[in-house]
Design a binder for this molecule. Structure first.
Ligand code: S3P
Ligand code: PEP
Length: 680
């Protein structure tokens, strides 16, 4: 996850490959609740791990439900069978509608029938998202429900600790025109009390987002509860209903999350050697209504093929075709159409989307404001959005309003024909439903290397390059290259493969070739303070004397040197790279947009090294360290191959008098100034 203030996505040129998407939020949270209400254990597989499911899991555990990990993406839920071991709890439900609404209904009913008291709250935005229609329905039933701040909105107090009789004889009347989640909540919870009577729910208005009710009915059926449905107006839960766990249930991949990759396949030319985008874990037979996004994407010109629990998407018609569509059935995925519309041949109108205004943010306003920043003409109505593509694209700083979908949608603007990068503010907001969204996106997107930014940090030994580079990489969300570790890595990898690194063997051409191939194929990754070889943390192993000796021997092998140049070039990956070394700006990335030559006086550097060694309990003499440093500088600067010197266009940074944060700020200021994103 990119836990940084903003993420700059370079202009992208093509896409191709396979993605596996995380589990459906709507299915995950329904299944967790149903499993908790059932008797006995349920194994839930392919569960979504995100903010919305974490708050649901935490709430159920707080209520006394035992939930244990059962392998990657799986949990085992020990159902409570409708009994409440905990009678009082304060539950925090973040901004998860699928936790707040269903838990409100289930806990209000249990509190009234068993005599308990619960408080449900969320983030500030959750306290602005309406819940009055559900509160009204629960009060009709006889449940004590109190809105603690504003009538009709969370936080709520459910129950008062005493049992209350429930009025189950009359149909329960609920409005369905603000959110379908109120009806879903009642449907999920009422089987708890449908013992002596059939329980009838009547929807007294038009019902929006209907396919979500189908998910609810489908999953209730999987848990042994049948609901009779008459149109979208009347739902009857049969007397004697009981939740019966299916034992094991697997969650489909999220169809709303799939919309970004369907759109990607429709917008991006296929990367040579690939055949479009394959989205695994969800097919056209999905029980999620958002799968019907496929129909809309096809209307706009995408080619989408069902491959049995997977979808293959290829760009077909280009530019995309503008559409005019009622989107009430796909409220979440329809936001993605607003971004596809930026690439269409005319004006696209998305209708019947009033509910967007009461979701994570006012989504109609957000899509209009942010789309205009890119140069589009956007008309916003109470329940519609009309998008005309930009005639001249603009470089934009996309504000994301703590709304995962705003962030995911606008990432697709990076395919703009003007080749402008896009800045996504607060990218970690995707954690609500898809924490690794950007990593997944970058894994299938391509762009010419020169469009991927590299920040080079070169300089002499002990100048603090490593610390500065690691800090910059984590603040910018970029990859990190510690080029100084590469020869040691080759030495270590050779040792582990049983390849000799004696000077005699290295003179053998066939052996040198093998070593070159080993270097070319190194599976290496750098994170701040750590080096990984084939997924293993080898930071300590690299510091050993033997790795150091092997490094100096293999560094003389031309095949290894060539292979490592290629390897370093390959590390220029999306979204960007911070490269630390001695010849990053001069030899490896001569075209890098920012080169810093970091230095400090030899006296300062010797003192820093001295302090570092002493703090680790290693004896050291300052004068010796200084002499060593000066000798090494002279060697590095005068060597024939890639001598240490600032690139002509490097920015000199003498950090003798600066602390780390000051150096970081110096580079960031320079970098951001160079990017020139408009200020909001
Ligand atoms: O029941 C569900 O799982 C959902 C229903 C929809 O809400 P509305 O019914 O409020 O449109 C949808 O937007 C939300 O993301 C999930
Ligand atoms: C509206 C959404 O979420 P919630 O389940 O919180 O309503 C959404 O995920 O787009």
């Amino acid at each position: 996850m990119f836990d940084i203030p903003s993420l700059d996505i370079p202009s992208l040129s093509s896409a191709g490959g396979r993605v596996r998407l995380p589990g459906s939020k709507s299915i995950s949270n329904r299944v967790l609740l149903l499993a908790a209400l059932s008797d006995g254990p349920t194994l839930v597989e392919d569960l979504l791990d995100s903010d919305d499911t974490r708050v649901m899991l935490a709430a159920l555990r707080q209520l006394g439900c035992a939930i244990e990990e059962a392998g990657p993406a799986s949990v085992r839920v020990q159902g409570l069978g409708g009994r409440l071991p905990v009678r009082e709890a304060a539950l925090f439900l973040g901004n998860a509608g699928t936790a707040m609404r269903p838990l409100t209904a289930a806990l209000a009913l249990m509190a009234a029938s068993q005599g308990a008291r619960f408080e449900l709250s969320g983030v500030p935005r959750m306290h602005e998202r309406p819940i009055g229609d559900l509160v009204d329905a629960l009060r009709q039933l006889g449940c004590p429900v109190q809105c603690l701040q504003t009538e009709g909105y969370p936080p709520l107090r459910l129950g008062d600790g005493a049992p209350h009789p429930l009025h189950l004889n009359e149909p329960i009347r609920v409005r369905g025109d603000v959110s379908s989640q109120f009806l879903t909540a009642l449907l999920l919870a009422l089987p708890l009390v449908a013992q002596e009577h059939d329980v009838v729910i009547e929807v007294v208005t038009e019902l929006i987002s209907k396919p979500y009710i189908e998910i609810t009915l489908n999953l209730l059926q999987r848990f042994g509860v049948r609901v009779r449905r008459e149109g979208w107006q009347r739902f009857t839960i049969a007397r004697g209903s009981r939740y019966a766990s299916p034992g094991r249930i697997a969650v489909e991949a999220d169809a709303s999350s799939a919309s970004y990759f369907i759109a990607l396949g429709a917008i991006a030319p296929a990367t040579p050697g690939t055949d479009g985008i394959v989205i695994e874990g969800v097919g056209l037979d999905s029980i999620q209504g958002d799968i019907r996004f496929v129909e809309a994407a096809r209307l706009m010109g995408a080619e989408v093929v069902d491959e049995g629990n997977a979808l293959r998407v290829r760009r077909d018609t280009w530019p995309l075709k503008a559409i005019d569509l009622d989107c009430n059935h796909i409220p979440d995925a329809a936001m993605t159409l607003a971004v596809m519309a930026l690439y269409a041949n005319g004006t696209t109108t998305l209708r019947n989307i009033a509910s967007w205004r009461v979701k994570e943010t006012d989504r109609i306003a957000a899509m209009a404001i942010e789309g205009r920043k890119l140069g589009a003409t956007i008309e916003e109505g109470a329940d519609y959005l009309r998008v005309t593509p930009p005639t001249a694209w603009k470089k934009a700083n996309i504000h994301t309003y703590d709304d995962h979908r705003v962030a995911m949608c606008f990432s697709l603007a990076a395919f703009n024909p003007a080749r402008l990068p896009v800045r996504i503010e607060d990218p970690k907001c995707v954690g609500k439903t898809f924490p690794d969204y950007f990593e997944t996106l970058f894994s299938v997107c391509h762009t010419p290397a020169e469009r991927i930014p590299v920040v080079c940090i070169d300089g002499p030994t002990a100048s603090g390059k490593g610390t500065l580079a690691a800090e910059l990489a984590s603040r910018l969300g970029y990859h990190l290259l510690d080029s100084g570790a590469l020869y040691r890595l080759v030495g270590l990898a050779a040792e582990r493969e049983g390849l000799s690194t004696t000077e005699a063997d290295l003179r053998e051409p066939a052996h040198a070739e093998r070593l070159g191939r080993l270097a070319a194929g190194l599976d290496v990754r750098f994170t701040p303070g750590k080096t990984w070889l084939e997924g293993e943390d080898v930071t300590e192993a690299l510091r050993t004397e033997s790795a150091g000796m092997a490094a100096s021997r293999v560094s003389a092998v031309p095949q290894v040197r060539t292979a490592l140049v290629d390897l370093q070039l390959q590390m220029r990956r999306l979204p960007g790279l911070v490269a630390d070394g001695r010849d990053m700006g001069t030899v490896i990335f001569p075209g890098a947009p920012l080169k810093i030559y970091l230095t400090a006086s030899a006296g300062q550097r010797a003192q820093r090294r001295h302090k570092q060694l002493i703090s680790k309990g290693i004896p050291a003499i300052l004068a010796d360290l200084l002499a060593d440093l000066e000798a090494r500088d002279a060697r590095d600067m005068n060597r024939a191959h890639a001598p240490l010197k600032p690139a002509e266009d490097a920015v000199l940074l003498d950090n003798s008098e600066l602390d780390i944060e000051q150096s970081v700020q110096f580079v960031l200021k320079r970098w951001h100034g160079q990017q020139a994103f408009p200020v909001r």
